[in-house]
Design a protein around this ligand. Structure first.
Ligand code: ADP
Ligand code: MG
Ligand code: MG
Length: 250
């Protein structure tokens, strides 16, 4: 079943009107894992941010249909409530707010949208505790302030914990492999794999084949200058790693 259909999507930076996305086409069905690769500055993060409704960008053309609806007309909060999740390349610190309180608030916001009762702190603890195992984190991690003093690996684990708590029909993971040693990468990848179901889809953005060997995508797309210029399977990522972008773009 069709989940996301992006057609000829173009976007500029709101402030400068500089074009960044120049006609992106991408189709994702339920249960599919997709990867977007591409050189630095090719527009990968912009594409991800445009999908979640980031205000820095203005759409100038094309369409995005998500679960049969016009995604571009939805507020960012509505997109999140509709099961769109994005991890950030550089997550922010939130001083004075404990991680568990933050996650509890975020989860309750999603529950409200779904018409479900909110969970109090004790119920929420019961809900989240088993999920810590998934990302290989200790309980005291929950009492620390959001991202404050987290190592690179802890930040990434925390993002996947957020994903596990909130649930998502389409998870967009922007460079979840950046700055991770191989053990942390394996944990993060195992956690993502543990969240995959026949209904959930993942769009991961990465520079490296290494991640794709842990979370196996059925489709690999190459982005270049604001467009997807090639789509294939993992073999194009292998060519890329061996021979560089020249070998696959025209
Ligand atoms: P990638 O994730 O592929 O490395 P990005 O989407 O982050 O690429 O950026 C694409 C291009 O757009 C880069 O040249 C970047 O500097 C520029 N860009 C993206 N967002 C902004 C912004 N908010 N302000 C100014 N330039 C931006
Ligand atoms: Mg970049
Ligand atoms: Mg990026």
């Amino acid at each position: 079943k069709l989940l996301l259909e992006v057609k000829e999507l173009s976007a500029v930076i709101s402030e400068s009107k500089q074009p960044i996305l120049k006609g992106v086409n991408l189709t994702i069905h339920e249960g599919e894992v997709h990867a977007v690769m591409g050189k630095n500055g090719s527009g990968k993060s912009t594409f991800a941010k445009v999908l979640v409704g980031h205000p820095d960008y203005e759409i100038t053309g094309g369409s995005v249909t998500y679960k049969g609806e016009n995604l571009l007309e939805m507020e960012p909060e509505e997109r999140a409530a509709a099961g769109l999740f994005m991890s950030f390349q550089s997550p922010v610190e939130i001083p004075g707010v404990s991680n568990i309180d933050f996650l509890n608030m975020a989860y309750n916001a999603r529950r409200r949208k779904l018409g479900l009762p909110e969970l109090g702190p004790i119920e929420f603890y019961g809900y989240i505790a088993p999920k810590l195992e998934l990302v290989n984190m200790k309980v005291d991690f929950l009492n620390r302030n959001v991202n404050e003093g987290f190592s690179g690996g802890e930040r990434k684990r925390n993002e996947i914990l957020q994903l596990a708590v909130l649930g998502a029909e389409l998870a967009i993971l922007d460079e979840i492999d950046s700055g991770l040693d191989v053990d942390a990468l394996r944990d993060v990848a195992n956690a993502v794999n543990g969240l995959l179901t026949p209904k959930n889809s993942v769009l991961m953005i990465t520079h490296y084949l290494r991640l794709l060997e842990f979370i196996k995508p059925a489709f690999v797309h190459i982005m270049e200058d604001g467009k997807i210029v090639k789509t294939g399977d993992i073999s194009i990522a292998k060519v890329l790693e061996k021979e560089g972008y020249k070998a696959i773009s025209g």
